[in-house]
Design a protein around this ligand. Sequence first.
Ligand code: NAD
Length: 354
Amino acid sequence: MSAHYLAGKPVLVTGGAGFIGSQLVSDLLAIGAEVVVIDNESRGSKSNLEDVNFGIRDNKNYFKVDLRDPDAQRYFKDIHTVYHLAADVGGIAYALSQGIQIWKNNTLIDANVFEAVLKHQVPNLVYASSSCVYPLNLSSPDRALQESHAWQGEMHTLYGGEKLLGEKAIRMHLQGSHPTNTAVVRFHNVYGPRSIMKGRNAQVIQALISRALNHPSKNLEVWGSGQQGRDFIHVSDITHWLVNLWLPTTNSLPQDPIQRGSGINTQIREIAQHIINILELNIEIDFLPVPDEGERGRKSDNSKFDALYPHLPQPLPIQEGIRRYIDWVLEHETFWKEKISEASNRAAFPCLTR
Ligand SMILES: NC(=O)c1ccc[n+]([C@@H]2O[C@H](COP(=O)([O-])OP(=O)(O)OC[C@H]3O[C@@H](n4cnc5c(N)ncnc54)[C@H](O)[C@@H]3O)[C@@H](O)[C@H]2O)c1
């Protein structure tokens, strides 16, 4: 078998100690890349990297550095490919309440990274964008979002607006600026191992699993009718794609922004029911009234992805993805366990007692 394109190459993952970043580091190590990580540990942690067997050598392959600092640009020297994942990230409540801070942080990070890539003539830059670039009025449970829908309406959050400007900056100032090749990849809602599960920064699948594990005999509380939906995709589907981003026909990166989702709008009530079933809990779902349920649903049109990457596997079905995630979570109690918890008794989970 021929070696992977990135085998033996110095590859920098910004935000590599985070949720998606640590899984990407793991996948890059598996194909023989020489991985370097920059992270300020504001949300990520070294333990994520230890969990994927990244042999951390402080100040050699791991740098605890703030990418808002212009001095961070020196770490981009002699790098072959940058996967730029570092960003101020959180759930929708965080994005709506902390818009200015997120916008400021992510603008500073992106501008600094793009300047560093240009200055050091890094050959390849992959930019992690988001389905939050799509306008709210085009989101629907029934109509699939296409890549071209970005810019076609009012932005929902400054987080999404900043990602869109990041994409624009790449198109205007980096794309085609030899020798840098660029790719803009938009993820829908990613879930899976090592994502934050507790506190207001947790995203919905993570938060529901944590709640079910910490309070296994209490009904599972869902905000609103539970009919709100999103397009959920398992982290392994994202990172497997990122490592295999170069198009097999031309060996180049895709020219235009491209999204990755499951193509399915899954309602929160379905997620909650999968979790209850997988954990074999004898509880029900309580729907708590909220004044405004926000976005009704969202799903990705995968036709562009399928045309460019017919050789990559179809996304994991949500039930299987959640099952695998829960298996991992049960092995990693520090991620979900609250200090005083009913869950200290493992017998609370029938699925664990066999
Ligand atoms: N998780 C999702 O559902 C999702 C969806 C769409 C896009 N994305 C994008 O994917 C990327 C990774 O997201 P994630 O879910 O793994 O989040 P994450 O918070 O786990 O990872 C981001 C990492 O960046 C680091 N970071 C933040 N500010 C930094 C700074 N100033 N300097 C250096 N490092 C800094 C954090 O410590 C963290 O480890 C982000 O760019 C995010 O916008 C994520």
